[in-house]
Design a protein around this ligand. Structure first.
Ligand code: GLN
Length: 319
């Protein structure tokens, strides 16, 4: 953790210096990953190598800087919540989407049921399981998995995204908490689709196979107001990007979003597969992969690397 506001002398305009900082971030992340542990509540995720670590940084002018394990595919897990939200905003609009889910950080674990039962009938936000399941219930009425995967490929600028069947089966077999959430939403009369179909789509979207490059691409699309910088095509209306990035900032790292906001300060989304996608407005997309997680379910190596880069490259949205 950085306790100082002082930054070392650094020439932000020098590409060699930038590369050096990213390499340092990689080394720090790889070292920090020793303090984490791969998720095991979804048995298939426990097979990940906790020593794997990789970082990919893409800039809007087409440059890519990558270190470590950036090719290996892993399941996107909760980072798919960003894609689900984007699809809801694109096809249903802002007003309809937020008639069924709030936009408040919950301060609770990503899979918590507590406040859903005691405080609010609608889920707190789309970046936790209850909120993403609720968003999926809306999408399930007019999109099937093929449609969602096609949207994910466009949103992540990665045509090689496929379904990780083993992770999907493992999730479906052990996802009792998520089953509890979907039926709780149904019992309250707020769920917008069929519970089993909703959950099946939710599990499948969590099981999309991505790598650190895919996540950097997602960050880049968000940094470029929803426009694919290589084809010029808008995947989602630029007006929705502020909403998505705001929710990533306030809720994207679950109940660690506040601390991460202070220490890194870049809209990001993590997943228990070990990925983090981060978006530096108008500049960069960053993807990290490190399956060793902390107690909150966030990648230890990813956070350490992003903190280093944010500090030295001055990426914090608040300066
Ligand atoms: N599929 C996971 C779950 O629903 C996603 C959670 C996560 O990445 N934090 O539990």
């Amino acid at each position: 953790m950085y306790f100082t506001y002082e930054r070392p002398e650094f020439d932000a305009g020098d590409p060699k210096e930038i590369r050096r900082v990213i390499e340092e971030a990689y080394v720090n992340g790889k070292e920090a990953a020793k303090n984490g542990k791969a998720a095991d509540y979804i048995p298939e995720l426990a097979k990940a190598d906790p020593e794997d670590f990789g970082i990919c940084v893409k800039s809007l002018d087409g440059e890519t800087i990558a270190f470590g394990e950036v090719e290996k595919r892993f399941s996107i897990q909760s980072i798919s919540k960003v894609i689900n939200l984007a699809a809801a905003l694109k096809y249903l609009g802002f007003r309809e989407t937020f008639s069924h889910v709030h936009m408040e950080p919950s301060g609770d674990a990503f899979n918590s049921i507590l406040k859903l039962d005691t405080v609010s009938d609608l889920p707190f936000n789309p970046m936790i399981n209850a909120g993403a399941i609720q968003v999926m219930s809306m999408l399930s009425n007019f999109m099937d998995f093929e449609d969602l995967m096609e949207f994910a490929r466009a949103f992540c600028m990665d045509e090689e995204i496929t379904l990780n069947e083993a992770v999907y089966r493992s999730e479906a077999e052990t996802g009792d908490r998520n089953r509890a959430i979907v039926y709780l939403l149904k019992s309250k009369g707020v769920l917008q689709g069929d519970p089993d179909k909703t959950l099946d789509l939710y599990f499948k979207m969590c099981s999309l196979n991505v790598n650190a490059k895919t996540l950097a691409n997602m960050g880049l699309l968000l940094s470029n107001k929803g426009q694919n910088p290589f084809t010029g095509k808008y995947i989602i209306h630029p007006g929705y990007i502020r909403t998505i990035r705001s929710l990533m900032f306030t809720c994207g790292m679950y109940d660690e979003s506040g601390e991460y906001g202070v220490l890194v300060g870049v809209p990001s989304k993590s997943g228990v597969g070990g990925g983090i996608a981060a978006s530096v407005s108008g500049r960069l997309g960053i993807g990290t992969y490190g399956p060793a997680l902390n107690r909150k379910g966030n990648s230890v190596g990813g956070i350490a690397a992003l903190q280093h880069m944010s500090h030295l490259l001055q990426l914090n949205v608040f300066g």
